[in-house]
Write a protein that binds this ligand. Sequence first.
Ligand SMILES: NC(=O)c1ccc[n+]([C@@H]2O[C@H](COP(=O)([O-])OP(=O)(O)OC[C@H]3O[C@@H](n4cnc5c(N)ncnc54)[C@H](OP(=O)(O)O)[C@@H]3O)[C@@H](O)[C@H]2O)c1
Length: 182
Amino acid sequence: MIKTIIITGANSGLGFAASKQILQRGNDYQIIMACRNMDKAVAARAEILQTIPAARIICLELDTSSLAKVRAFAVAFKALHLPLYGLICNAGVAGQNVTTTADGFNNIFETNYLGHFLLTQLLLPEILPGGRIITVSSDRHDLPQITWPGAQAVAHCGQDEQRDRLSYSYSKLCLDSIHVCT
Ligand SMILES: NC(=O)c1ccc[n+]([C@@H]2O[C@H](COP(=O)([O-])OP(=O)(O)OC[C@H]3O[C@@H](n4cnc5c(N)ncnc54)[C@H](OP(=O)(O)O)[C@@H]3O)[C@@H](O)[C@H]2O)c1
């Protein structure tokens, strides 16, 4: 059976490298490139096809900084009726310029953690027995200055400059708990 794996943020960096590596294993794998920018996704798909012409790749739009778009992605994926072998929660943003998303959350928190948390919840029923869910964390989740200020405090920005600067670390700390919450 073909193993379908969703990789978020698959158009560049680690997500792109992971897509390529998995597809190099052979035609038993199919990658869903879940990307916020479809032009970049299509270009990444084309680049892989140059070296692996038989690669099975589907590009689907996903923006993890929007809960509505995460839900829309889950609907679109389910409509494909593909048994899901793996989900790699890889998409991420870092940086000091924290903003508030349309959903009202710290954009780094929502992109890196909350969107992936919702995605995981929505796709759990689709995961095959023996399937895998992988979250891409960072060793910056346990910096010495990190103390847990509470979920509300890390979910929203603009209250504490120092905490806002650590948004990436907090988002990765939250991500590490996804498996506990499921
Ligand atoms: N590189 C490192 O040294 C390192 C170390 C530790 C952990 N990590 C983690 O590894 C993961 C991949 O990082 P990378 O270094 O490969 O970074 P990258 O090259 O910047 O790739 C990040 C990917 O995430 C996508 N993305 C960003 N915001 C998104 C959103 N709202 N919705 C959907 N996709 C979104 C980006 O899409 P666009 O192209 O459209 O921006 C891009 O495809 C991240 O979770 C990062 O925190 C990286």
